[in-house]
Write a protein that binds this ligand. Structure first.
Ligand code: TXA
Ligand code: MG
Length: 345
């Protein structure tokens, strides 16, 4: 059996049979979703799920999301689902929304970090859904990256890191969104956003008038007490190089602050929006996309964070964006990539 398939232009999805057999037999695979690539295994097979943790070097207390392809699978793993939760599923599934639900005992402890809840999402990527359907089991899949590294949004970015540690690789080209799903929990009829993503607060407000954003999203978890989403407390997305994030509503102020910082280093690298690229006088500069096109920036963020170390910079200076809409998700990932080294002026 070939270990790698490219399905970008594939019409006949029966080609996924080998991959689904790998899942059924307890193997682990690299698989596409619309958000980021996942490192997938049978979510009801304790030993298979353990392999994910070992392969990623992930902390045991950081729970995984179960991916489903139909509502029957949901009933198998979760119970006591509220009217509001059903409404959210109806509106945003299949799609980039993970909902934290009460879990049934069939879900192994290793998936949930022994919590009494489980994160569930139905991906919109057709390959992912077909794979789950053929495997006929929920697939546990964290983002495909070694823990702490930026998530993988195309196979090319993660092949060196994970390629020879998995049993099968499904290449579906670039992920459509590029940032991981929005994670939410409904607490007493209020939606709490635990991780921001493509589905924004404004989107959620169309279903429920009470939506709050967990305070860990833009701040250092250690100072804020109990985290609702264990993943928020770990170092994440960070390149090896030292990074700093700068943002100002006033573009010229932002550019001059970045230029000033750059002038103090010998080999600075700037990640700039397209508008500002000509305003900086440095050798190393990456164009992350149009300042107003958050979808474009989302798609580029992780690939760029993976690239920066190649330049061996003594500082990486990153332009921030407005924390509005999906901009909040972009800033959440960038702030963590910079290990909270963030100046807003
Ligand atoms: O878009 C995505 O969500 C991708 C693709 C592959 O689907 N997956 C992903 O998984 O980003 P991962 O494991 O990298 O991130 C899952 C996040 C973590 O921050 C974890 O702590 C949180 O979801 N999470 C999972 N189950 C949870 C639970 N029961 N309660 C609270 N947070 C949970
Ligand atoms: Mg992750």
């Amino acid at each position: 059996m070939e270990k790698y398939i490219n399905v970008e232009n594939e019409k006949n999805l029966d080609i996924l049979k080998d991959a689904s057999a790998v899942i059924r037999n307890g193997g682990i695979i690299l698989m596409p979703t619309e958000t980021v690539y996942g490192l997938g295994a049978n979510g009801l097979d304790e030993n298979a799920v353990k392999k994910i943790f070992i392969t990623k070097g992930r902390n045991q207390d950081n729970p995984l999301i179960l991916h489903i392809s139909n509502m029957k699978m949901l009933d198998k793993i979760a119970y006591d689902i509220s009217e509001l939760e059903y409404k959210l599923m109806e509106k945003f599934w299949p799609g980039p929304l993970t909902i934290i639900l009460k879990r049934k005992n069939i879900v192994p402890d290793v998936v949930t970090g022994s919590l009494d809840t489980v994160g569930v999402r139905m991906p919109s990527n057709k390959i992912a859904r077909k794979l789950i359907e053929l495997a006929n089991t929920p697939i546990a899949a964290p983002s495909a990256n070694i823990s702490g590294r930026p998530s993988g949004t195309n196979i090319h970015d993660i092949i060196d890191e994970l390629g020879n540690k998995v049993d099968y690789i499904i290449d579906d080209g670039d992920c459509e969104i590029g940032l991981e799903s929005t994670v939410i929990k409904v607490i007493q009829n209020e939606i709490v956003i635990l991780r921001p993503g493509k589905i924004t607060k404004e989107d959620l407000l169309t279903v429920c008038e009470n939506v709050t954003i967990d305070k860990h999203i833009l701040n250092n978890s250690e100072d804020l007490g109990k985290v609702l989403s264990p993943g928020m407390k770990y170092r994440h997305y960070a390149p090896t190089s030292k990074c700093i994030l700068i943002y100002s509503e006033n573009n010229e102020k932002m550019v001059s602050k970045i230029s000033e910082i750059a002038s103090n280093y010998t080999n600075p690298l700037i990640i700039s929006t397209t508008e500002n690229i000509k305003k900086y006088n440095v050798k190393n500069i990456l164009d992350i996309g149009d300042k107003n096109n958050f979808d474009e920036i989302s798609k580029n963020v992780f690939t760029y964070l993976r690239k920066v170390d190649d330049y061996h910079p003594d500082i990486v200076i990153i332009e921030g964006v407005k924390k509005e809409g999906i901009g909040l998700a972009i800033m959440n990932r960038l702030i963590r990539a910079c290990e909270y080294n963030f100046i807003e002026i």
